[in-house]
Design a protein around this ligand. Structure first.
Ligand code: NCD
Ligand code: ZN
Length: 348
């Protein structure tokens, strides 16, 4: 039986495109299926200022395949020297859609992030005034905190006090990975949402570590135990508009993942929608897929949903997708959920 699903064209509310040859290689995969994406600013050096964001946006637009209906939504990387005026001007000009907070040292290219939250309060206060959302990498970096606990501790130590201090600030708790995170988002009154990645809905730490270590499942925040994955699957498929898709598709060339100290990041852009349809079908929630991929995110960001549509079809046989893509920077392995996929994007 062939089953067809037509959705409002999805958006990706957390995406790493990188730059140069890597961007040239990965961008067409997101542009093929997504209308818009929040573009992460963790380049080296980071996208710190309005001028940096304008230049990066121009490079993305220049790298887009002809006729692609894809709009990059830019973010600024919050540092302890970010100027509130620069952020406000970039927002007023429509150049940036959000500001990204990395606790210093939390993840790939986060060295320039924030250590002392007091120093960034003037910027956050200004953002609260103008309604510009803060996207948060929600992990503490305290070496004494176990890596599997870093999200829950971040919420207790940093995020809850910050939101109590500045309740008007609109916050996205990005790539939420725990039931603690889900519960915290559900307990909030307003102004808080969370993105969920594709891979955190499909793999847990057993997939990463049992029977051999799988470097292509290593990402940050790290995948947690199965009960957390179940909480994420419930949240994503619940219809609760505070949860929406941010793939966190984060390409690294294979040589930097398959080595003695591998980089964090899962590259899922090519098969993300096939994976999500699989999960939502398993959860008996295919009718809620569109909310998660295409409606809840724009509602939080106060944008209209895309007017274009995309069609997925369920095939009788497993659908093929590449094990890896070749980029000018080197090969990049595509997320393998560990079982066949049957859904396929057939038009959009
Ligand atoms: C991201 C990257 O590679 O830039 N890696 C990851 O594991 N998600 C950074 C991030 O979003 O934490
Ligand atoms: Zn990311």
């Amino acid at each position: 039986m062939t089953h067809t699903l037509t959705l409002t064209r999805p958006d990706d509310w957390h995406l790493h495109l990188r730059d140069g040859a890597m961007m040239d290689g990965v961008l067409p995969h997101s542009a093929a299926h997504f209308g818009r994406a929040i573009i992460m600013p963790n380049l080296v050096p980071p996208v710190r200022t309005a001028a940096d964001a304008a230049a990066y946006r121009a490079r993305i637009l220049a790298a887009l395949p002809k006729g692609a209906g894809f709009t990059p939504l830019m973010t600024l990387y919050l540092t302890e020297t970010t100027e509130a005026e620069d952020v406000a001007a970039a927002a007023a000009a429509g150049l940036v859609t959000a500001v990204k907070l990395y606790p210093a040292g939390a993840t790939t290219n986060s060295q320039s992030g924030v250590s002392n939250f007091d120093t960034v309060m003037p910027v956050l206060e200004r953002m609260a005034e103008i309604g510009l959302p803060l996207c948060v990498h929600g992990e503490v970096t305290d070496p004494a905190v176990d890596i599997f606990d870093r999200e829950a501790v971040f919420i207790a130590r940093i995020l809850a006090p910050l939101r109590a201090r500045l309740p008007e600030l609109r916050v996205v708790l990005e790539h939420v990975t725990t039931s603690d995170g889900v519960d915290y988002v559900k307990s909030a009154q307003a102004g808080l949402a969370a993105t969920i990645t594709t891979h955190h809905l499909m793999i847990n730490r057993n997939h990463m570590l049992v029977g051999g270590i799988r470097p292509h499942y290593y990402c940050l925040p790290i995948v947690k135990r199965a009960s957390h994955m179940e909480a994420l699957r419930k949240a994503a498929t619940s219809g609760d508009a505070r949860f929406f898709l941010g793939t966190d598709s984060a390409p690294h060339v294979d040589a930097t993942k398959e080595c003695g100290c591998g980089c964090a990041g899962v590259f899922s852009a090519p098969n993300t929608l096939a994976c999500l349809a699989h999960v939502f079908e398993e959860m008996g929630a295919l009718e809620r897929l569109e909310g998660f991929t295409s409606l809840n995110g724009p509602a939080f960001y106060r944008l209209a949903p895309n007017s274009a549509k995309i069609t997925l079809q369920k095939q009788d046989e497993p659908v093929p997708y590449p094990a890896r893509i070749e980029t000018g920077a080197g090969p990049v392995t595509v997320f393998d959920p560990g079982h066949p996929l049957f859904w396929q994007v057939v038009g959009g």
